[in-house]
Write a protein that binds this ligand. Sequence first.
Ligand SMILES: *Cc1c(COP(=O)(O)O)cnc(C)c1O
Length: 353
Amino acid sequence: MTYNRAPEPGPGLRLHLNENTAGCSAAVLAALRTLERTDAAFYPEYAAVTSDTARALGVPAEWVQLTNGLDEGLHVVALSARLTASPALMAPDGTAFDAVIVEPAFEMYRACASAVGGRVVPILPERNLAFPTATVLAAITPRVRLVYLCDPNNPSGLPLPDGALGAIAQAAPHALVVVDEAYADFSGHTAIGPALSRLRNVVVGRTFAKAHGLAGLRVGALVAHPDTLDPLRRLLPPYNLNVCAVRALSAALQDRAYLEWYVSEAAQSRLSIERFCRRLGVTYWPSQANFVLVRIGHDAPDLVAALASRGIYIRDRSSLPQCDGCIRITAGVVADTERCLTAMEDFFAARPR
Ligand SMILES: *Cc1c(COP(=O)(O)O)cnc(C)c1O
C-alpha cells in the first residue's frame, strides 16, 4: 500500500496537515537569504547543526541523526527491520517480517512497512481510542521486527500511557521500537532522557516540520543510543539534507522565543476548539498536539466540503479505524482557529437537527 497524499487544496487556510499556520521564524528566512553561490555549489556540512540539534534535545551529538524530514527516518527504520529479518521468518504470503501498528495511526507507518516487504499487524485501540498496551504486548512474536508508536498520537492527540514504551521495548528486544514524537514540542513530553540509554531497541523520531514550521524544507531527526543508530546511518545517503534545510534548522534552533510563542498559540487554539466542541455538544479527544480530533457524525464530509468552499481546509479522518464521523483540525495561530470555528458555527446553525 502506498501513502495517500492529501489532495492539494489550493490557496486558503490550511488546517488539514498539522502544519505551522504562521510559517517559520523570520530568522530562518533571514538565514536563507545569506546563502551564497558557493553554498549551493558545495556539499553541505552537518557537524555543527547536528551538535546544535543534540544540545537542543539534551543528548550527545552521537545520539542524533538528521533526516530529510522525519518521513525519511520512518522509512529507514523499516528498511533496517527488513534487513534483520531472517529467511526463516518468510511467510507463505511473501512478507519478510511483521510490523505492529496501533490504529488509528499516521499512514506513513503502514506505507513504510509494506514498501519493504513487511506485513502490518494492526492493533485496534481500546474504548475511546485509549492505547491498548496489553493487546500490543500480546501481539509481540519473534516475527515482529518493527513497532511504530506515536506520542502524542496522530490523529487522536492522546499521549502514550506511562510505562507503555518500556514494557513494549522489553517485550520485543528483537524489534526496533520507534516512538514518533512529531508533536513533542507541543506536548512537552519526550522519551529522550537518561532512561533511553537502557532502551537499546528504541529510536525516537522528531521533526522540525510542525512546531518550527520547516515542513517545506524537510528536516527531522532520529535520536537513539549510537549503537542503535549506526545500522540506520549505513542505510542513509551521506548528503540527505540539502544546504537550505541545514541553514534553516540552525536558525530555527536559535530562535527559542518564536518556538515558545507558537507552542502557546497552538495551546490556546486547542482550548478554543475544545470549548467550542463542549458548547455544541460534540465529542472530541483532549489533545496534547497541535490538532484536535472531533466526532462530527454522518455529515463530517459535508462539513469538510462546506469549509473548503470558504477556503478553509480541515481533514476528514472518518475512514480511519474507529474514527467514523471524525474530522481533524489543526490548532495553529489563534486568529486562524477562530476563523475556522466561525465557519463551523455557521455550518452547524444551518444544518437540520
Ligand atoms: C507530520 C508527521 C511526520 C512527518 O514529519 P516530516 O518531518 O514532515 O517528514 C511524522 N510523523 C507524524 C506523526 C506526523 O504527523
